[in-house]
Design a protein around this ligand. Structure first.
Ligand code: GLY
Length: 429
Protein backbone atom coordinates (compact mmCIF):
# COMPACT_ATOMS: atom_id res chain seq x y z
CA UNK A 1 0.00 0.00 0.00
CA UNK A 2 1.33 3.44 -1.01
CA UNK A 3 0.45 5.93 1.73
CA UNK A 4 0.57 9.70 1.37
CA UNK A 5 0.25 11.74 4.59
CA UNK A 6 -0.76 15.40 4.22
CA UNK A 7 0.54 17.91 6.78
CA UNK A 8 3.72 19.13 8.40
CA UNK A 9 3.41 18.87 12.18
CA UNK A 10 4.56 16.45 14.88
CA UNK A 11 1.17 14.75 14.51
CA UNK A 12 2.01 13.95 10.89
CA UNK A 13 5.51 12.81 11.90
CA UNK A 14 3.84 10.43 14.39
CA UNK A 15 1.42 9.20 11.69
CA UNK A 16 4.26 8.61 9.21
CA UNK A 17 6.36 6.85 11.85
CA UNK A 18 3.51 4.54 12.89
CA UNK A 19 2.62 3.83 9.24
CA UNK A 20 6.27 2.97 8.55
CA UNK A 21 5.94 0.04 10.98
CA UNK A 22 2.94 -1.41 9.12
CA UNK A 23 4.08 -4.36 6.95
CA UNK A 24 1.33 -3.56 4.43
CA UNK A 25 3.00 -0.24 3.56
CA UNK A 26 5.26 -0.42 0.50
CA UNK A 27 5.86 3.31 -0.01
CA UNK A 28 5.38 6.31 2.23
CA UNK A 29 5.37 10.02 1.48
CA UNK A 30 4.57 13.18 3.41
CA UNK A 31 3.50 16.46 1.87
CA UNK A 32 4.72 19.05 2.60
CA UNK A 33 6.29 17.44 5.72
CA UNK A 34 9.20 18.68 7.79
CA UNK A 35 12.84 17.78 8.51
CA UNK A 36 11.72 14.79 10.62
CA UNK A 37 9.30 13.23 8.14
CA UNK A 38 11.93 13.74 5.41
CA UNK A 39 14.16 11.26 7.23
CA UNK A 40 11.62 8.42 7.04
CA UNK A 41 9.45 9.16 4.01
CA UNK A 42 9.51 10.83 0.60
CA UNK A 43 9.04 14.56 0.88
CA UNK A 44 6.65 16.16 -1.61
CA UNK A 45 5.85 19.87 -1.83
CA UNK A 46 2.16 20.78 -1.91
CA UNK A 47 -0.30 23.41 -0.74
CA UNK A 48 -2.08 21.14 1.73
CA UNK A 49 -5.25 23.23 1.71
CA UNK A 50 -5.70 23.12 -2.09
CA UNK A 51 -8.06 20.26 -3.08
CA UNK A 52 -6.91 20.20 -6.72
CA UNK A 53 -3.21 20.29 -5.83
CA UNK A 54 -3.45 17.46 -3.27
CA UNK A 55 -5.53 15.34 -5.65
CA UNK A 56 -3.07 15.87 -8.51
CA UNK A 57 -0.20 14.91 -6.21
CA UNK A 58 -2.00 11.79 -4.97
CA UNK A 59 -2.67 10.73 -8.59
CA UNK A 60 0.85 11.44 -9.77
CA UNK A 61 2.40 9.61 -6.80
CA UNK A 62 -0.09 6.72 -7.29
CA UNK A 63 -1.29 6.83 -3.67
CA UNK A 64 -3.51 3.97 -2.50
CA UNK A 65 -4.39 5.89 0.66
CA UNK A 66 -4.24 9.60 1.46
CA UNK A 67 -4.25 10.47 5.17
CA UNK A 68 -5.07 14.11 5.90
CA UNK A 69 -3.64 15.37 9.18
CA UNK A 70 -4.77 18.98 9.78
CA UNK A 71 -8.26 20.44 9.91
CA UNK A 72 -7.88 23.27 7.38
CA UNK A 73 -7.59 20.98 4.31
CA UNK A 74 -10.57 18.94 5.55
CA UNK A 75 -12.78 21.98 6.06
CA UNK A 76 -11.63 23.10 2.61
CA UNK A 77 -12.85 19.93 0.89
CA UNK A 78 -9.53 18.18 0.20
CA UNK A 79 -10.90 14.75 1.23
CA UNK A 80 -13.92 15.19 -1.08
CA UNK A 81 -11.63 15.93 -4.03
CA UNK A 82 -9.29 13.00 -3.34
CA UNK A 83 -12.22 10.57 -2.97
CA UNK A 84 -13.84 11.92 -6.14
CA UNK A 85 -10.64 10.93 -7.94
CA UNK A 86 -11.22 7.32 -6.79
CA UNK A 87 -8.44 7.31 -4.16
CA UNK A 88 -9.13 6.08 -0.62
CA UNK A 89 -8.90 9.01 1.79
CA UNK A 90 -8.74 9.07 5.58
CA UNK A 91 -10.52 12.27 6.58
CA UNK A 92 -14.08 13.59 6.54
CA UNK A 93 -15.86 15.48 3.78
CA UNK A 94 -16.08 19.26 4.11
CA UNK A 95 -19.72 18.83 5.17
CA UNK A 96 -18.82 16.46 8.04
CA UNK A 97 -15.69 18.49 8.96
CA UNK A 98 -18.03 21.34 9.94
CA UNK A 99 -18.23 19.52 13.28
CA UNK A 100 -14.90 21.31 13.90
CA UNK A 101 -15.16 24.14 11.35
CA UNK A 102 -18.18 25.70 13.04
CA UNK A 103 -18.74 25.44 16.77
CA UNK A 104 -22.32 26.63 16.25
CA UNK A 105 -22.92 23.73 13.82
CA UNK A 106 -21.37 21.27 16.28
CA UNK A 107 -23.70 22.52 19.02
CA UNK A 108 -26.69 22.11 16.74
CA UNK A 109 -25.70 18.51 15.89
CA UNK A 110 -25.20 17.74 19.58
CA UNK A 111 -28.59 19.21 20.46
CA UNK A 112 -30.25 17.06 17.80
CA UNK A 113 -28.38 13.94 18.93
CA UNK A 114 -29.02 14.51 22.65
CA UNK A 115 -25.29 14.66 23.39
CA UNK A 116 -24.32 16.28 26.71
CA UNK A 117 -22.44 19.55 26.23
CA UNK A 118 -22.24 23.01 27.76
CA UNK A 119 -25.16 25.40 27.32
CA UNK A 120 -24.21 27.91 24.60
CA UNK A 121 -25.33 30.96 22.66
CA UNK A 122 -24.09 32.30 19.34
CA UNK A 123 -23.60 36.07 19.12
CA UNK A 124 -23.06 37.78 15.76
CA UNK A 125 -24.17 41.32 16.61
CA UNK A 126 -21.94 43.57 18.78
CA UNK A 127 -25.06 45.22 20.21
CA UNK A 128 -26.05 41.91 21.83
CA UNK A 129 -22.74 41.01 23.47
CA UNK A 130 -23.24 42.66 26.89
CA UNK A 131 -26.66 41.15 27.49
CA UNK A 132 -25.37 37.76 26.37
CA UNK A 133 -22.33 37.94 28.67
CA UNK A 134 -24.69 38.77 31.56
CA UNK A 135 -26.41 35.43 31.00
CA UNK A 136 -23.09 33.57 31.48
CA UNK A 137 -20.20 33.53 33.94
CA UNK A 138 -18.28 33.88 35.96
CA UNK A 139 -16.37 31.88 34.63
CA UNK A 140 -16.82 33.08 31.01
CA UNK A 141 -15.97 30.78 28.09
CA UNK A 142 -15.68 32.77 24.86
CA UNK A 143 -14.98 30.91 21.60
CA UNK A 144 -14.28 31.83 18.02
CA UNK A 145 -16.95 30.02 15.96
CA UNK A 146 -14.44 29.09 13.26
CA UNK A 147 -11.02 27.42 13.08
CA UNK A 148 -8.33 29.00 15.26
CA UNK A 149 -5.54 26.39 15.54
CA UNK A 150 -6.52 25.55 19.12
CA UNK A 151 -6.05 29.15 20.24
CA UNK A 152 -9.56 30.51 19.73
CA UNK A 153 -10.87 30.10 23.28
CA UNK A 154 -10.64 32.45 26.24
CA UNK A 155 -11.68 31.09 29.64
CA UNK A 156 -11.65 33.82 32.29
CA UNK A 157 -13.27 35.07 35.47
CA UNK A 158 -12.66 38.65 34.29
CA UNK A 159 -15.72 40.06 32.52
CA UNK A 160 -13.67 42.84 30.87
CA UNK A 161 -11.31 40.27 29.34
CA UNK A 162 -14.22 38.12 28.14
CA UNK A 163 -15.89 41.16 26.58
CA UNK A 164 -12.66 42.40 24.97
CA UNK A 165 -12.08 39.03 23.29
CA UNK A 166 -15.69 38.80 22.09
CA UNK A 167 -15.46 42.32 20.62
CA UNK A 168 -12.15 41.49 18.89
CA UNK A 169 -13.75 38.43 17.29
CA UNK A 170 -16.85 40.33 16.18
CA UNK A 171 -14.74 43.22 14.83
CA UNK A 172 -12.80 40.66 12.79
CA UNK A 173 -16.05 39.38 11.27
CA UNK A 174 -16.12 36.16 13.34
CA UNK A 175 -19.16 34.86 15.14
CA UNK A 176 -18.78 34.35 18.90
CA UNK A 177 -19.91 31.28 20.83
CA UNK A 178 -20.48 31.80 24.57
CA UNK A 179 -20.60 28.69 26.72
CA UNK A 180 -21.25 27.87 30.34
CA UNK A 181 -18.13 26.64 32.12
CA UNK A 182 -17.73 22.89 32.59
CA UNK A 183 -15.93 21.90 35.77
CA UNK A 184 -13.83 18.74 35.78
CA UNK A 185 -10.66 17.29 34.27
CA UNK A 186 -10.48 17.32 30.50
CA UNK A 187 -9.88 14.28 28.34
CA UNK A 188 -9.43 13.68 24.63
CA UNK A 189 -10.92 10.56 23.07
CA UNK A 190 -9.96 9.84 19.45
CA UNK A 191 -12.28 7.52 17.55
CA UNK A 192 -11.79 5.95 14.14
CA UNK A 193 -15.11 6.29 12.31
CA UNK A 194 -15.94 4.80 8.90
CA UNK A 195 -19.32 6.48 8.54
CA UNK A 196 -21.09 4.09 10.91
CA UNK A 197 -18.65 1.99 12.95
CA UNK A 198 -16.74 3.62 15.82
CA UNK A 199 -13.45 2.32 17.26
CA UNK A 200 -12.01 4.33 20.17
CA UNK A 201 -8.27 4.72 20.71
CA UNK A 202 -6.70 5.13 24.16
CA UNK A 203 -7.97 8.20 26.02
CA UNK A 204 -5.47 11.01 26.53
CA UNK A 205 -5.14 14.39 28.19
CA UNK A 206 -3.47 17.46 26.73
CA UNK A 207 -2.15 20.68 28.23
CA UNK A 208 -3.28 23.77 26.38
CA UNK A 209 -1.85 26.63 28.45
CA UNK A 210 1.70 27.71 27.77
CA UNK A 211 2.94 27.72 31.37
CA UNK A 212 3.35 25.27 34.24
CA UNK A 213 0.31 25.01 36.50
CA UNK A 214 -1.98 25.83 33.55
CA UNK A 215 -0.94 29.48 33.46
CA UNK A 216 -0.60 31.88 30.54
CA UNK A 217 -2.36 31.96 27.19
CA UNK A 218 -3.78 29.00 25.30
CA UNK A 219 -1.58 27.28 22.73
CA UNK A 220 -2.07 24.53 20.18
CA UNK A 221 -0.98 22.15 23.00
CA UNK A 222 2.22 21.92 25.08
CA UNK A 223 2.16 18.23 25.99
CA UNK A 224 -0.02 15.18 26.52
CA UNK A 225 -0.14 11.71 28.01
CA UNK A 226 -2.02 8.46 27.55
CA UNK A 227 -3.77 6.50 28.90
CA UNK A 228 -5.56 8.08 31.90
CA UNK A 229 -4.82 6.15 35.11
CA UNK A 230 -7.48 8.18 36.92
CA UNK A 231 -10.32 7.45 34.47
CA UNK A 232 -13.37 5.77 36.00
CA UNK A 233 -14.02 2.18 34.87
CA UNK A 234 -15.97 2.02 31.64
CA UNK A 235 -15.29 5.66 30.75
CA UNK A 236 -14.37 5.02 27.12
CA UNK A 237 -17.33 2.73 26.43
CA UNK A 238 -19.62 5.26 28.07
CA UNK A 239 -18.29 8.15 25.96
CA UNK A 240 -18.71 6.10 22.80
CA UNK A 241 -22.26 5.07 23.71
CA UNK A 242 -23.55 8.44 24.90
CA UNK A 243 -21.51 10.89 22.86
CA UNK A 244 -19.58 9.60 19.85
CA UNK A 245 -21.99 7.03 18.38
CA UNK A 246 -25.05 9.35 18.60
CA UNK A 247 -23.05 12.12 16.89
CA UNK A 248 -21.87 9.75 14.15
CA UNK A 249 -25.44 8.49 13.67
CA UNK A 250 -26.77 12.06 13.50
CA UNK A 251 -24.24 13.03 10.81
CA UNK A 252 -25.05 9.86 8.84
CA UNK A 253 -28.79 10.54 9.09
CA UNK A 254 -28.21 14.02 7.65
CA UNK A 255 -26.55 12.48 4.61
CA UNK A 256 -23.09 13.71 5.67
CA UNK A 257 -21.46 10.61 7.18
CA UNK A 258 -18.21 11.14 9.05
CA UNK A 259 -15.21 9.16 7.82
CA UNK A 260 -11.88 9.64 9.56
CA UNK A 261 -10.91 10.56 13.09
CA UNK A 262 -13.55 12.08 15.33
CA UNK A 263 -11.89 13.75 18.31
CA UNK A 264 -14.11 14.28 21.32
CA UNK A 265 -12.70 16.90 23.68
CA UNK A 266 -14.47 16.30 26.97
CA UNK A 267 -14.90 17.67 30.46
CA UNK A 268 -15.51 14.93 33.01
CA UNK A 269 -17.99 16.72 35.24
CA UNK A 270 -19.94 15.60 38.29
CA UNK A 271 -22.84 15.04 35.86
CA UNK A 272 -20.78 12.75 33.62
CA UNK A 273 -18.74 13.49 30.49
CA UNK A 274 -19.74 16.58 28.50
CA UNK A 275 -18.37 17.65 25.12
CA UNK A 276 -16.14 20.72 25.15
CA UNK A 277 -15.45 20.49 21.43
CA UNK A 278 -15.32 18.09 18.53
CA UNK A 279 -12.40 18.05 16.13
CA UNK A 280 -12.40 16.35 12.76
CA UNK A 281 -8.82 14.99 12.86
CA UNK A 282 -6.15 13.52 15.10
CA UNK A 283 -5.25 15.89 17.96
CA UNK A 284 -1.83 17.38 18.40
CA UNK A 285 0.06 16.65 20.69
CA UNK A 286 -2.08 13.74 22.01
CA UNK A 287 -1.46 11.71 18.82
CA UNK A 288 2.26 11.61 19.55
CA UNK A 289 1.54 9.84 22.88
CA UNK A 290 -1.37 7.65 21.73
CA UNK A 291 0.36 6.27 18.63
CA UNK A 292 3.52 5.52 20.63
CA UNK A 293 1.47 2.77 22.33
CA UNK A 294 -0.43 1.45 19.28
CA UNK A 295 0.68 -2.03 18.22
CA UNK A 296 -1.99 -2.63 15.55
CA UNK A 297 -0.91 -1.73 11.99
CA UNK A 298 -1.90 1.92 11.58
CA UNK A 299 -2.07 2.25 7.80
CA UNK A 300 -4.19 -0.91 7.54
CA UNK A 301 -6.58 0.53 10.13
CA UNK A 302 -6.80 3.91 8.41
CA UNK A 303 -7.41 2.24 5.03
CA UNK A 304 -10.18 0.10 6.54
CA UNK A 305 -11.69 3.26 8.03
CA UNK A 306 -11.46 5.13 4.72
CA UNK A 307 -13.16 2.28 2.84
CA UNK A 308 -16.00 1.53 5.26
CA UNK A 309 -14.51 -1.73 6.56
CA UNK A 310 -13.62 -0.83 10.12
CA UNK A 311 -15.97 -3.47 11.56
CA UNK A 312 -13.87 -6.18 9.85
CA UNK A 313 -10.71 -5.17 11.75
CA UNK A 314 -9.60 -7.18 14.80
CA UNK A 315 -9.61 -5.45 18.22
CA UNK A 316 -6.90 -2.84 18.57
CA UNK A 317 -3.67 -3.93 20.26
CA UNK A 318 -1.86 -1.61 22.67
CA UNK A 319 1.52 -1.77 24.35
CA UNK A 320 1.25 -1.89 28.15
CA UNK A 321 2.32 1.16 30.12
CA UNK A 322 2.09 4.84 29.34
CA UNK A 323 3.39 7.51 26.98
CA UNK A 324 4.13 11.18 27.61
CA UNK A 325 4.86 13.83 25.00
CA UNK A 326 6.36 17.24 25.77
CA UNK A 327 6.38 20.06 23.23
CA UNK A 328 9.45 22.24 22.75
CA UNK A 329 8.27 25.65 21.54
CA UNK A 330 10.16 28.56 20.02
CA UNK A 331 10.92 31.78 21.85
CA UNK A 332 7.89 34.03 21.53
CA UNK A 333 5.32 31.23 21.09
CA UNK A 334 2.27 31.37 21.29
CA UNK A 335 2.74 34.98 20.15
CA UNK A 336 5.14 35.63 17.31
CA UNK A 337 7.69 32.78 17.37
CA UNK A 338 11.34 33.37 16.53
CA UNK A 339 12.39 31.15 13.61
CA UNK A 340 15.58 29.96 11.92
CA UNK A 341 17.41 28.90 15.08
CA UNK A 342 19.71 25.87 14.76
CA UNK A 343 18.36 22.85 16.65
CA UNK A 344 20.72 20.11 17.87
CA UNK A 345 19.79 16.63 19.05
CA UNK A 346 16.63 16.56 16.95
CA UNK A 347 17.52 13.38 15.05
CA UNK A 348 17.22 11.14 18.13
CA UNK A 349 14.54 8.42 18.17
CA UNK A 350 11.47 9.70 20.05
CA UNK A 351 11.90 13.25 18.75
CA UNK A 352 9.02 14.18 16.45
CA UNK A 353 9.42 17.29 14.34
CA UNK A 354 6.84 20.02 13.78
CA UNK A 355 8.17 23.48 12.93
CA UNK A 356 11.50 22.36 11.48
CA UNK A 357 13.26 22.44 8.13
CA UNK A 358 16.58 21.15 6.86
CA UNK A 359 18.78 24.10 5.84
CA UNK A 360 21.19 23.99 2.90
CA UNK A 361 24.14 23.63 5.30
CA UNK A 362 22.52 20.40 6.60
CA UNK A 363 21.46 21.85 9.96
CA UNK A 364 17.92 21.49 11.31
CA UNK A 365 16.34 24.94 11.76
CA UNK A 366 13.21 26.07 13.55
CA UNK A 367 10.41 27.23 11.27
CA UNK A 368 7.35 27.51 13.49
CA UNK A 369 5.97 27.99 17.00
CA UNK A 370 5.73 24.41 18.21
CA UNK A 371 9.11 23.18 17.01
CA UNK A 372 9.09 19.53 18.07
CA UNK A 373 7.63 16.98 20.46
CA UNK A 374 9.62 14.47 22.45
CA UNK A 375 7.92 11.21 23.37
CA UNK A 376 8.79 8.96 26.30
CA UNK A 377 7.22 5.62 27.09
CA UNK A 378 7.48 3.54 30.24
CA UNK A 379 5.78 1.02 32.47
CA UNK A 380 3.76 3.82 34.05
CA UNK A 381 3.34 7.59 33.75
CA UNK A 382 6.20 8.34 36.10
CA UNK A 383 8.62 6.26 34.00
CA UNK A 384 7.26 7.73 30.75
CA UNK A 385 7.68 11.27 32.14
CA UNK A 386 11.24 10.55 33.22
CA UNK A 387 12.10 9.22 29.76
CA UNK A 388 10.44 12.13 27.94
CA UNK A 389 12.18 14.80 30.00
CA UNK A 390 15.51 12.98 29.76
CA UNK A 391 15.19 12.94 25.98
CA UNK A 392 14.28 16.62 25.98
CA UNK A 393 17.53 17.44 27.78
CA UNK A 394 19.45 16.09 24.78
CA UNK A 395 17.72 18.53 22.39
CA UNK A 396 18.80 22.16 22.20
CA UNK A 397 16.87 25.06 20.72
CA UNK A 398 18.12 28.58 21.57
CA UNK A 399 15.33 30.43 23.38
CA UNK A 400 13.15 27.30 23.37
CA UNK A 401 10.67 26.74 26.18
CA UNK A 402 8.56 23.84 27.44
CA UNK A 403 6.35 22.91 30.36
CA UNK A 404 7.90 20.89 33.16
CA UNK A 405 4.65 19.50 34.59
CA UNK A 406 3.21 17.41 31.76
CA UNK A 407 1.40 14.40 33.33
CA UNK A 408 2.80 15.31 36.76
CA UNK A 409 -0.51 15.51 38.61
CA UNK A 410 -1.72 12.26 37.01
CA UNK A 411 1.53 10.46 37.87
CA UNK A 412 1.11 11.60 41.48
CA UNK A 413 -2.51 10.41 41.60
CA UNK A 414 -3.76 13.98 42.04
CA UNK A 415 -6.34 14.06 39.22
CA UNK A 416 -9.89 13.35 40.36
CA UNK A 417 -13.25 13.44 38.64
CA UNK A 418 -15.69 15.64 40.62
CA UNK A 419 -18.41 13.61 42.23
CA UNK A 420 -16.41 10.37 41.94
CA UNK A 421 -18.84 7.47 42.12
CA UNK A 422 -21.79 9.84 41.70
CA UNK A 423 -20.36 11.04 38.40
CA UNK A 424 -19.98 7.45 37.29
CA UNK A 425 -23.59 6.72 38.23
CA UNK A 426 -24.74 9.83 36.34
CA UNK A 427 -22.64 8.79 33.36
CA UNK A 428 -24.20 5.33 33.44
CA UNK A 429 -27.67 6.90 33.47
N1 GLY B 1 -4.84 19.02 21.35
C1 GLY B 1 -5.70 20.00 20.85
C2 GLY B 1 -6.00 19.88 19.42
O1 GLY B 1 -5.45 19.06 18.72
O2 GLY B 1 -6.83 20.62 18.95
Amino acid sequence: MRVLVIGSGAREHALVLAASHDPAVTALACAPGNAGTAAISEQLPVDATDPAAVTALAREWRADLVVIGPEAPLVNGVADAVRAAGIACFGPSAAAARIEGSKAFAKEVMRAAGVPTAHSEVVDNPAHIDAALDRFGPIWVVKDDGLAAGKGVVVTDDLAKARAYAVTLLDGGHRVVLESYLDGPEASLFCLVDGTTVRPLLPAQDFKRVGDGDTGPNTGGMGAYAPLPWAPDGLVDDIVARIVQPTVDELANRGTPFTGLLYAGLALTADGPHVVEFNCRFGDPETQAVLALLESPLATLLHATATGKLAEQPPLQWAPGAAVTVVLAAEGYPGRPRVDDVITGADAPGVLHAGTRRAEDGSVRSSGGRVLSVVGTGEDLEAARTNAYQLLRSVHLPGGHHRTDIALAAARGEVTVPGGDQAQAAANG
